[in-house]
Design a protein around this ligand. Structure first.
Ligand SMILES: [Zn+2]
Length: 358
């Protein structure tokens, strides 16, 4: 049981909070509580809105390694993960008190040879998508992940995976089951079909045009740019020697990625922080993504990885009765995101966790 006093974000009010024996926040003094902090900045637990627990650099990993990945994220301050597709059923990790909360999206849905092999469920016939979406909506925690575009080796460039009418039926099926849908999209061509079908979020989104951003803003469609993953595009291009058009496309998308983020926030699109950890990206890098969003011109890069993302995912901030998932910093972390690498204290469900910030 703890007592904390400091400046709460985003309200900027000086608050005095207690953590009760159940690990929940209270505004009533808890007898015997130990003062954890007196002064500093109190921030709702960080969120990695695009992460893959159960996926390593060479594919699926066992449950113990998946737990280690989630622990690494936790130690960087991530206390809530939106898992954006995993080949491993990580449901058993959800009851582990030492791990961040994981909101699972089930398995990626793709077509044969149109994603990293061995990860997705492949639809032999694209018309099967609505049925597969319904299955994943039932298996996950309110999110379904589609692969929206990928290299088509016959075309030699990025190309959409799904016809527009199939997307309309698939997204309707998910919404009917109470699930939201998101899609991996690098290029531009797959975007109009997904956005106009009512998709809830776009991952990466490096091909977004001003017209598409305006439509996303109108609909409230979110964007998770994963900038630290987009920084791997030049390397992907370098190794795609047999597909020069694709390679040039990937380089151009990388060059424009920061500008897309700036234009998205200017257009009013909700933009959240996600690292894409789990494939080529190491776990535990949420602060790197916040720093990149800030540098790209996101006016609330910390909120994008904390209170705003928590609200979007239906999770509380620092309210009374909420689980005490929070971080405390000595300085205002909005002034300089580098402060995020040195939390004074991290509580997960009211218990201090080791914080080896990166
Ligand atoms: Zn991903």
């Amino acid at each position: 049981m703890f007592r904390l006093r400091g400046t709460a974000l985003p309200s900027e009010q000086t608050v005095e909070l207690w953590v009760d024996a159940d690990g929940r926040l209270s505004d009533e003094p808890v007898p015997g509580a130990q003062t954890l902090v007196d002064g500093g900045w109190i921030v709702p637990g960080l969120v990695d809105a695009h992460c893959h627990v159960g996926l390593g650099p060479s594919g699926p990993v066992d449950l113990e390694e998946a737990a280690e990945q989630a622990r690494t994220d936790r130690d960087a301050g991530t206390l809530l993960i939106r898992d954006c597709g995993s080949p491993v059923d990580t449901t058993p990790l959800q009851s582990r008190p030492d791990l961040p909360e994981i909101i699972r999206a089930g398995r990626h849905l793709a077509r044969p040879k149109r994603y990293i092999s061995g990860i997705a469920i492949d639809a032999d016939d694209p018309a099967l998508l609505p049925e597969l979406v319904a299955e994943q909506a039932a298996a996950g925690d309110g999110w379904v992940k589609l692969v929206g575009d990928w290299i088509d080796r016959g075309v030699g460039d990025l190309a959409p995976l799904w016809p527009d009418d199939v997307l309309v039926a698939a997204i309707e099926a998910a919404h009917g089951a109470g699930a939201r849908v998101t899609a991996h999209v690098f290029g531009t061509d797959a975007l109009p079909g997904l956005i106009n079908a009512g998709i809830d979020c776009i991952e990466h989104g490096t091909g977004l045009t001003d017209e598409l951003l305006a439509e996303m803003a109108r609909r409230g469609t979110a964007l998770v740019p994963t900038l630290i993953n987009v920084d791997t595009f030049p390397g992907i291009a370098d190794s795609a020697t047999r597909y020069p058009t694709y390679a040039a496309h990937m380089r151009a998308l990388h060059a424009g990625a920061r500008d897309v983020v700036r234009r998205a926030v200017e257009a009013g699109v909700p933009v959240y922080a996600g690292t894409d950890a789990g494939g080529g990206i190491a776990h535990g890098r949420i602060v790197d993504e916040i720093v990149e969003l800030h540098a790209a011109g996101h006016p609330d890069a910390l909120g994008a990885a904390s209170w705003a993302a928590r609200g979007w995912l239906g999770r509380p901030g620092l309210g009374v009765g909420a689980p005490a998932d929070l971080l405390v910093y000595r300085e205002d972390p909005r002034r300089d995101p580098a402060v995020l690498r040195e939390p004074a204290s991290v509580l997960l469900r009211g218990r201090p966790v080791r914080a080896t910030a990166r």
